[in-house]
Ligand binder design. Structure first.
Ligand SMILES: Cc1cc2nc3c(=O)[nH]c(=O)nc-3n(C[C@H](O)[C@H](O)[C@H](O)COP(=O)(O)O)c2cc1C
Length: 214
């Protein structure tokens, strides 16, 4: 089983990345082959909205890293998408990737006066995990990101299941992996609670990875 993941955070080694790693660790421990790519490593042009891909799923922009991502999504038996909240939604770079992928991974069928949208990937049941990360603890702050990630996973899941991880309160880089003492220095009396929440999220992520493979 091949699990493919995309880190939608331009910041490597931070909260999104660390939670993705934990999901992948769980999946690898359950026997899966795992791979992660970073949005910041990809080179691609943004969609120009010509809509020509709707007819044949060929992008008129020069082939670039989006083609490689589409191939890996096609091969994937499970998909993990993680992204931080930037101004209430996913970072622009990640949204740009998703825009470009539409033409290659989605089939449009305009019969009977309706636009029917289905996956263009090889049909299989693909489990998925969506990870939304933000600094604030304000209720609902990760909602738009999680909904967007889940929508993208749902298009290719068939009978697969989708899990979500809501990592709010990630106010500093790499918080999810910091020790209790360090968090107590930063957050004072709240440090222990922040630490316990981070440990809970790491456990949830590991278990989500294991569940991906079952
Ligand atoms: C441009 C930008 C916009 C952000 N907007 C929000 C926001 O709207 N709400 C929020 O809670 N956190 C916001 N954040 C904080 C990030 O979501 C938070 O730092 C998160 O941990 C980043 O993920 P990372 O650690 O994987 O890089 C923003 C950060 C940046 C850089």
């Amino acid at each position: 089983m091949y699990i493919f993941s995309i880190s939608g955070s331009p910041r490597k080694g931070s909260n999104t990345d660390l939670l993705l790693d934990e999901v992948l660790k769980g999946a690898a421990d359950a026997g899966a082959e795992v791979e992660k790519i970073y949005i910041s490593d990809l080179k691609f042009a943004p969609c120009i909205g010509c809509m020509k891909c709707r007819a044949d799923r060929v992008c008129r922009l020069a082939p670039d890293d989006v083609n490689m991502v589409a191939e890996k999504l096609d091969r994937a038996d499970g998909i993990v998408l993680g992204a931080p909240v930037y101004g209430g939604h996913v970072p622009g770079q990640f949204k740009s990737l998703c825009d470009r992928l539409v033409g290659q991974v989605i089939k449009f069928d305009f019969t009977e006066g309706k636009a029917n949208i289905t996956s263009a990937l090889t049909p299989k049941d693909r489990n998925g995990v969506a990870i939304g990360v933000c600094a604030s603890s304000m209720p609902g702050m990760t909602d738009a990101v999680l909904e967007f990630l889940k929508l993208n996973l749902a298009q290719h899941k068939n009978n697969g299941t989708i899990q979500e991880i809501n990592a709010d309160g990630m106010a500093i880089p790499g918080l999810v992996n910091l020790e209790a003492e360090k968090l107590e220095k930063i957050f004072g009396a709240q440090g222990q609670a922040v630490y316990e929440n981070a440990q809970r999220l790491l456990k949830q992520a590991y278990q989500a990875g294991k569940n991906l493979v079952s």
